[in-house]
Design a protein around this ligand. Structure first.
Ligand code: HEM
Length: 426
């Protein structure tokens, strides 16, 4: 461990659960020109990459910095589970591929995620947002028009769940199962969210089997009865003239659902927390709804739900004069780049009309988030519904962080809100 990182805890899920992301430690690291070799307890060593320009440079060289050896830093315990796993580990998703293969597989779904294509599903997204905000209105009508809710689960998780389940062909009655599975997969370090079981290897395999059964039934159905949804596109996809293999098709379902759900949920919950804690910004947004698009950009910068992605050095090389060896890991901390004082004015200020806002919350380069437009559309729809009907927001208790350092955010956000006069049902 380098002296500059002594006492740092950049990766342990417990630390994230207790105090959220380590902004103070990243701020110190951003002052240093060289990458620091860091050996955390319970994990393999890596180089934290914390500056905006360094992350851009690395992400734009996918042949030198690889994804196929994994994009998540696994603890030594998780590694053992994955090495013995015959399920999830066998599914192949685009985020774990490198060029040229990556480009061929990304093309399969890329056309479905363009802004024009995403506009076509606006009615699904808007209906989900409207129905959820309806529940807030119903609950608070009568009396003073004041209500309380646990925003992270009741609203922020429910919205992307409905949208993604609909486009992936998951029947309504299976939505709770899908939500539980994604929590178990992503928050596998959080004792409140992880799958319960004595033997961790067996529980992870059971999780893989449940995902497999759920998605496989949809794949078979869409092959027999094609519609025009994303589920049908994936079930019948070809790569280089050959049908997609089962593990690759399942990998696609899994990456789209898991990459799209928790990220959007955490951005929404963190965004509402930020608006509740910055009432002036909430007021500004209500007065000027045209700011919704830039508010969403600031929310994803502020919350950076994907905290990092790992890359592995392809061959011995030099990065800005520093020797890196084949097989060494770099961890690109987007949440740090999004507070980089060399790029952002007042990076620690939440400002919904921030322009320009060149944040890296969706990554950059080869693996730039495929779901960016959908993520933006979903958040904008919910914000529009909220500012149309809610007058004030405040915290009604302490927010609780998820004990995870990969996809980061809140697992509980109690809020109190007051409806605007015109929207009360009484
Ligand atoms: C606020 C919400 C979201 C955030 C912050 C986010 C962030 C990210 C990040 C940081 C990456 C990796 C980028 C890189 O390595 O350069 C990524 C990749 C990806 N995201 Fe998102 N994402 C979000 C929502 C979504 C949604 C809604 C979907 C789909 C429904 C989605 C699908 C994907 C996929 C498929 C990839 C892999 C792309 C590839 O490897 O080529 N994401 N996302």
């Amino acid at each position: 461990m380098s002296a500059d990182t002594d006492g740092f805890d950049l990766i342990s899920p417990e630390a994230y659960g207790e105090r959220g992301v380590p902004h103070d430690q990243w701020r110190a690291l951003r002052q240093l020109d060289r990458l620091q070799h860091y050996t955390p307890k319970g994990f393999d060593a890596f180089y934290p990459v914390v500056r905006h320009d360094q992350i851009c440079e690395i992400s734009k060289q996918p042949e030198r910095f690889l994804n196929r050896f994994g994009i998540v830093l696994e603890s030594q315990e998780q590694k053992q589970i994955i090495d013995s796993d015959q399920g999830l580990g066998q599914m192949r998703a685009i985020i774990a591929m490198d060029p040229p293969e990556h480009r061929d597989y990304r093309k399969v779904a890329a056309s479905w995620f363009t802004p024009r294509a995403i506009d076509r599903i606006a009615p699904i997204v808007e209906e989900s947002a409207r129905t959820l905000v309806d529940t807030l209105v119903e609950r608070a009508s009568g009396g003073e028009g004041e209500g309380e809710c646990e925003f992270a689960n009741e609203i922020a998780a429910a919205h992307p769940l409905r949208v993604l389940a609909t486009v992936l062909g998951v029947p309504r009655e299976k939505e709770p199962q899908l939500l539980r599975l994604t929590n178990e997969l992503f928050a596998s370090d959080d004792p409140d969210l992880q799958r319960k079981g004595e033997d961790r290897t067996a529980t992870v395999q059971a999780l893989a089997m449940e995902f497999f059964e759920l998605f496989n039934a949809i794949i078979e159905d869409r092959r027999a009865n094609p519609t025009d949804d994303l589920a049908t596109l994936l079930a019948n996809a070809n790569v280089n003239g050959e049908p997609l293999g089962l593990m690759e098709t399942l990998g696609y379902y899994l990456i789209i659902f898991t990459a799209g759900h928790d990220t959007t949920k955490n951005a929404l919950a963190g965004g509402i927390r930020a608006l509740a804690e910055h009432p002036g910004e909430f007021e500004k947004l209500k007065r000027n709804p045209d700011l919704v698009a830039s508010a969403v950009e600031e929310i994803v910068r502020w919350t950076s739900p994907v905290n990092y992605m790992k890359r592995v050095v392809a061959e011995d090389l030099e990065f800005r004069g520093q020797k890196l060896q084949k097989g060494e890991s770099l961890v690109l901390f987007y949440a740090s780049a999004n507070r980089d004082e060399a790029v952002f004015e007042d990076p620690y200020t939440f400002r919904i009309d921030r322009t320009p806002n060149p944040h890296l919350a969706f990554g950059i380069g080869e693996h730039f988030c495929l779901g960016t437009h959908l993520a933006r559309q979903s958040q904008r729809a919910l914000l529009r519904e909220l500012i149309g009907r809610v007058d004030t927001l405040e915290l009604a208790g302490d927010p609780v962080h998820i004990a995870s350092s990969f996809v980061v955010g809140l697992k509980q956000l109690p809020i109190r809100y007051r409806l605007s006069q015109a929207t009360r049902l009484d």
